[in-house]
Design a binder for this molecule. Structure first.
Ligand code: FE2
Length: 343
């Protein structure tokens, strides 16, 4: 990937892409197509330990969150191309995807609606293609496709009281069209109650929030251009086709690995941070009793972690960071399939 360094430094690119530079705050959530919504809901609530905050049966979706934001993970039943309709007949972006389980989209939280609208205006003036824009009531979003067909949602929170909309009592449709081009006074930064955190005590793991994802791609260089020039992420480290990227408030949010080092392109897995290393050790020791197979345990100087496969074979890592200066950006490539989580 040495060529990428050159491209970034001299501003040249092998691909004429729009310069948008969204510069999101952080990875907000991952949205997954799942083979069986009930099995996945059971896994993410009772094993992964993320509270169910919302069902949306009209589109076969479930949302889970421990209060860090409105949802850390969204689960959508694979429907083989069946149209998902939202409020007012709005046809959702997910209608045209999701033939098989895997990533629907990575969602990047923007500083505010005002910043998001500004980026969309300058981006589209520079040739950015917005696949869909949506009003999710809790957030306003635009969906952009990367060079390998992965969707990235850039969104801004639309209310601080998201629990009024995302709560288990409500099951009505959420999404409608968002007319971002005609907003007179876009919202500034919003901050939901930072104290309102949840913990699914009976679950095996007790994560705080989603923090990182691992994406396998066919062409890391083309993806790099998208991530740095369109998404506006910062590449913090790279070697041998593996690269780590960060948004603004976390150390890093996304690891890109070449598809030929894992089974297939697409989302390989993601990481959930737990608050307490002792609690994580307890979770690992209780796993057998709860008949959960922990596929890998990493006990390194920079973190303690456990990897569990979800019902669709996605790797879900639960980790607790150790010394901040022990943070590692890149994994050590190896024969063990879990090498990608050694970061
Ligand atoms: Fe989303």
């Amino acid at each position: 990937m040495a060529a990428i360094e050159g491209k970034a430094m001299d501003g040249l690119s092998t691909r004429d892409g729009p310069k948008v530079d969204f510069k999101p705050r952080r990875l907000g959530h991952v949205n997954l197509y799942v083979g069986d919504l009930n099995s996945s809901t059971d896994f993410y609530t009772n094993v992964a330990g993320i509270e169910l905050v919302r069902r949306e049966p009209g589109i076969d979706a479930v949302f889970v969150s421990n209060g860090n934001t409105h949802h850390d993970v969204a689960l959508m039943q694979c429907k083989g191309g069946a149209v998902r309709t939202g409020r007012g007949g709005y046809v959702q972006a997910s209608s045209f995807r999701g033939e098989v389980s895997g990533l629907n989209h990575l969602a990047w939280e923007m500083h505010s609606e005002a910043v998001l609208v500004d980026k969309l205006k300058t981006g589209t003036a520079n040739g950015l293609e917005i696949k869909f824009s949506a009003d999710h009531l809790i957030s306003h979003s635009a969906y952009i496709e990367d060079p390998e067909g992965n969707y990235h949602e850039f969104y801004a929170d639309a209310t601080e009281d998201w629990r009024a909309i995302f709560n288990p009592e409500r099951e009505d449709l959420v999404t409608a069209d968002w007319d971002w081009q005609n907003i007179e006074a876009p919202l500034g930064p919003l901050r939901p109650d930072p104290e309102d955190k949840r913990r699914v005590e009976a679950a095996l793991f007790h994560p705080r929030c989603v923090t990182r994802a691992v994406l396998a791609v066919e062409d890391p260089e083309l993806t790099d251009v998208f991530l740095t020039e369109v998404a506006g992420l910062t590449r913090v480290d790279e070697a041998d086709g593996v690269a780590a990227y960060c948004a603004e408030v976390t150390a890093y949010d996304l690891l890109i690995v070449p598809a030929d080092t894992v089974a297939r392109p697409g989302l390989v897995g993601f990481s959930l941070m737990v608050e307490d290393e002792f609690d994580l050790k307890r979770s690992i020791s209780r796993a057998e009793k709860m008949e959960v197979d922990v596929a890998s345990v990493i006990d390194a100087s920079h973190k303690k972690s456990a990897v569990v496969y979800d019902p669709d074979g996605l790797a879900v890592e639960f980790y607790h960071p150790k010394e901040a200066d022990g943070l590692r950006y890149l994994p050590e490539p190896g024969g063990d399939p879990f090498w990608i989580f050694d970061y």
